[in-house]
Ligand binder design. Structure first.
Ligand code: URA
Length: 422
């Protein structure tokens, strides 16, 4: 077998055989297939697609490239959630302790932000002392003792995906449904969760811009999970406007703690509770009421123990930005659009995200929203507050938000999109 013949098969719109797929993933992980050959193959897959059999085999080969975790020693059923990424998407923070408070164990392997979408680990690292890197033994011990753990995936889990994802990121080959589905599902299946709820985002701030593409990605991933014995369901949820009222690391932790304290923005609460219900159902936990666990403080209790178990101080003051700039509404009327992508880019330019994997992020940088689509606003009222420690970034962020919103004449009917679309 050789890389050139595998690339040629896909370049010429052929189907890769099981043997070709197993060989190319294994050889790439070992370094016997070069990055330039794998990027040519990834581009051929992006342009010519893969059928369900090819995607299933590709996913199985990526799982087989590394270790598999095993949570069968736990007394509770396991449930995990994966979001395909969005702006202001802090849902994992309140969700993991909430589902644990309701009786399931939540092994939440999370990632860092790249580009305009934030990353759960970057958000939690704004809590003084909190550690994302745990050994497999530490992870299991937090999961067993607290019921929920949010941490980075170890190096041994789906190493083929780690190499391939980094390569796709710099070769414009991220946005291919077969590659996204196999990348996400290889990690989730190798992680060993018993059930999985996928939050597939749709809209300007998401990878999938249309409902049709989101449906195809969701059904591909649900099929892969189900075939590997993981009870998998998917919700399609709106990402045309940011979730909640904040986009940025410490800003989002603060908002998540508000949700755990029984308050917080309505859309964040709605999506957290909807995903919690799906996770508990998929895990077979009956008679639990996530809304009650938010209201009675039991989810907050798990959050505090989970943060402390990973070295964080749940009572520590979160970092605040050294400089702020307020963007005011240009007219009186009804806010009909506040674009998720533009706000995500602004937060990133303010320092909340990174341009390269090795860049540091600013814990306090980001964007605070003072209104959401459907709200009435008055000319001159604060619409957004931009936060950063480096004010020279304001101009660049202001360019991103300049066209980010529309205000229609007073009285215009505006129905914001529902949070859960399907
Ligand atoms: N998240 C992943 O883990 N992989 C992708 O390909 C896209 C999003």
């Amino acid at each position: 077998m050789d890389a050139i013949s595998v690339i040629r098969t896909k370049r010429d719109r052929g189907e890769l055989t099981d043997e070709q797929i197993d060989w190319v993933i294994d050889a790439y992980t070992r370094g016997a297939v070069a990055d330039e050959q794998m990027s040519a193959l990834a581009m051929a897959i992006l342009l010519n697609g893969m059928n369900r059999r090819e995607i299933a085999r590709w996913t199985a080969a990526m799982i087989a490239s590394g270790e598999r975790m095993d949570f069968s020693s736990l007394s509770r059923p396991t449930a995990d959630k994966h979001s395909t990424g969005g702006v202001g998407d802090k849902i994992t923070l309140p969700l993991a302790p909430l589902v644990a408070a309701c009786g399931a164990a939540v092994p939440q392997l999370s990632g860092r932000g790249l580009g305009h979408t934030g990353g759960t680990l970057d958000k939690l690292e704004s809590i003084p002392g909190w550690r994302a890197l745990l050994s497999n033994e530490e992870m299991l011990s937090v999961l067993d003792g607290v019921g929920a753990v949010i941490c980075a995936a170890g190096d041994g889990l789906a190493p083929a995906d780690k190499k391939l994802y980094a390569l796709r990121d710099v070769t414009a080959t991220v946005e291919a449904i077969p590659l996204i589905a196999s990348s996400i599902m290889s990690k989730k299946i190798a992680e060993g969760t018993g059930s999985l709820v996928l939050d597939v985002k749709v809209g300007t701030g998401a990878f999938m811009k249309t409902l049709d593409d989101a449906r195809e990605l969701a059904s591909t991933m649900v099929g892969l999970g189900t075939d590997h014995g993981v009870r998998t369901v998917a919700l399609l949820t709106d990402m045309s406007t940011p979730l909640g009222l904040t986009a940025g690391n410490a800003l989002e932790v603060r908002e998540s703690v508000e949700v755990l304290a029984g308050g917080g923005p309505a859309d964040v609460v709605e999506l957290t509770v909807a995903l919690a219900r799906e996770m508990l159902d998929a895990a077979g936990v009956k008679d639990a009421d996530p809304a009650k666990a938010l209201a009675d403080g039991s989810a907050m209790d798990v959050w505090r123990r989970m943060i402390a178990a990973q070295g964080g101080d749940p009572d520590a003051t979160l970092p605040t930005s050294r400089e702020q700039h307020v963007v005011k509404a240009a007219a009186t009327g009804v806010l009909t659009r506040l674009d998720a992508y533009d706000i995500g880019i602004a937060a990133w330019r303010l320092g909340a995200g990174r341009a390269r994997k090795e860049d540091p992020v600013q814990a306090a940088a980001g964007v605070e929203l003072h209104a959401k689509p459907g709200d009435t606003v008055t000319e001159g009222q604060p619409l957004l507050t931009l936060h950063t420690d480096t004010p020279e970034r304001f101009d660049y962020a202001l360019e991103a938000v300049a066209g980010s919103y529309d205000i229609a004449a007073p009285g215009t009917a505006s129905t914001p999109s529902p949070v859960v679309l399907e």
